[in-house]
Design a protein around this ligand. Structure first.
Ligand SMILES: [Ca+2]
Length: 243
């Protein structure tokens, strides 16, 4: 399993934003306020012009206005500039936050007992805040319960990893505790990577999700999420090695 990624502190700016789209909503207040001037000042044409301006900024920045990117900075500058023109005294406040960005496709392959290449976003996906890595190892499932209605606590306790082979890839079932705890327990047990598969206790918990390990994740190993069917399949594979 391998994945390129980038994790870094970003500097972003936040400017106050006048919610033009909400201007047509009646305002409830103890003191009656005449909002007619504001409502008349907000037009569909005006809203569309601002939307186009933001689209132009996106187009000039590779289609991205995500926080921490140049597209975001340009967008914040635009909003601040527009508010300054409208007469506001604009203050831009900077703050730090942790951002996660997947820079390219990940790979997951079974190398034994037979060679199988799995499809990203079909069989598995990368968990947000995963560390980068290119690892190969025996896949070892921990404390799983595949029955419908199961109450999996897979990977939630250090004891789940008793006898776990160091250098292996932990196969963990969703349920009962955070993805972060499961992955950190796996790393502490010597796993070089982890695959968390969906719980399967209901039909709704069988597919892929956009799961996160949280920005506090400190496991240091790459972590994938997989469908319930794939997880169950790997458990039934006598000797399974993934890379
Ligand atoms: Ca457990």
């Amino acid at each position: 399993m391998s994945t390129p990624y980038r994790q870094h502190l970003l500097y972003a700016s936040l400017a106050g934003l006048l919610a033009a789209s909400a201007a047509g909503i009646p305002v409830l207040a103890a003191v009656s306020v005449d909002t007619s001037a504001l409502r008349e000042a907000v037009t569909v044409e005006g809203v569309r012009a601002h939307q186009q301006a933001l689209q132009d900024i996106a187009d000039a920045n590779g289609g991205i206005r995500l926080a921490g990117t140049s597209g975001y900075d340009d967008s914040a500058d635009y909003v601040a500039g527009q508010m300054h023109i409208a007469g506001y005294d604009v203050t831009v406040q900077e703050f730090d936050f942790v951002s996660f960005e997947q820079l390219g496709p990940s790979t997951l392959e079974q190398t034994a007992p037979s060679a199988v290449v799995y499809l990203e976003d079909t069989d598995y996906n990368l968990m947000s805040q995963s560390d980068a890595g290119d690892v190969t190892g025996l896949v070892t499932a921990v404390d799983f319960d595949l029955a419908l209605g199961n109450a999996s606590t897979s990977g939630c306790e250090a004891a789940d990893f008793g006898g776990f082979p160091a250098g292996g890839i932990a196969l963990i079932q969703r349920g009962a505790c955070t993805f972060r705890l499961k992955a950190e327990n796996a790393a502490a047990a010597g796993a070089v990577g982890a695959i968390i598969f969906n719980q399967g206790n209901t039909d709704e918990r069988k597919g892929l999700i956009n799961g996160t390990l949280s920005s506090d994740y400190s496991g240091g190993i790459p972590v994938f999420f997989a469908t319930f069917d794939r997880g169950a399949e790997w458990i039934d594979t006598p000797v399974s090695s993934c890379t």
